[in-house]
Write a protein that binds this ligand. Sequence first.
Ligand SMILES: Nc1ncnc2c1ncn2[C@@H]1O[C@H](COP(=O)(O)OP(=O)(O)OP(=O)(O)O)[C@@H](O)[C@H]1O
Ligand SMILES: [Mg+2]
Length: 249
Amino acid sequence: MPILEVKNLKKCFDKTDILKGISFDLEKGQTLSILGSSGSGKTTLLRCLNFLEKPDAGEIVVNGETIFDRAKPVTEAQIKSNRLHFGMVFQQFNLFPQYTALENVVLAPKLMASADKYPEIIEMGKNLLNKMGLSDRMNNYPHQLSGGQQQRVAIARALAMSPDILCFDEPTSALDPELTGEVLKVIKELAIGNTTMIIVTHEIGFAHDVSDQIIFMDDGVIADRGTPAQVIDNPSNPRTRQFLSNYHS
Ligand SMILES: Nc1ncnc2c1ncn2[C@@H]1O[C@H](COP(=O)(O)OP(=O)(O)OP(=O)(O)O)[C@@H](O)[C@H]1O
Ligand SMILES: [Mg+2]
């Protein structure tokens, strides 16, 4: 059974169709990268998965459980709990400036636990920051960290909630090329460790390297979908070929 099934998801803004029926599956432990030109609907798709936008039609199924079906009403409490299936890492890291790296990571899990669990949550937070290569930065505030370090704190923060699926929206677009590498390295390690991930990215070589599956989005539809070898090396769709022409030249 796939960990995620998206069925015929549609979203329009101001009477313009932005997602025109998106369907795909993702298996547990796999990495899916979404490529596509600006405005093709990639961010809107991630926002729909995370209930930051409400789709106009379609279904979202996680671990066999339908968590969104336009035909069935959901309560605010259900939306809150459904959201926990997805971790989000955005282009802008959005760390809380008044909290240290470690405090940023443990804040949400602490809010959901009783005080006797705090020591183990803090231990988990330290372990995650270690994994992100930030063992010497735990007590620094965001303004004391580079962009790449802040983004790695943001990744640890998302992982701290143990999401089923970790989603990234252009995680390195706000970073200098130098800092991009250190963030891609930790995402690659997560892929090797079988973290289930959806990555919206313009880093085509990286997507080829880490992904089990690639989706190419064009104007609100999935124009191409398959393995990196299929979609990136041998794109069948002329739009995908055109999009990738710079990469291949
Ligand atoms: N809240 C909104 N209200 C109205 N239109 C929106 C809204 N959010 C997105 N759109 C429109 O939906 C389209 C798709 O936007 P989206 O951000 O999903 O594209 P994208 O593929 O992520 O692009 P990029 O690569 O530039 O990030 C765009 O035309 C955008 O202007
Ligand atoms: Mg976007």
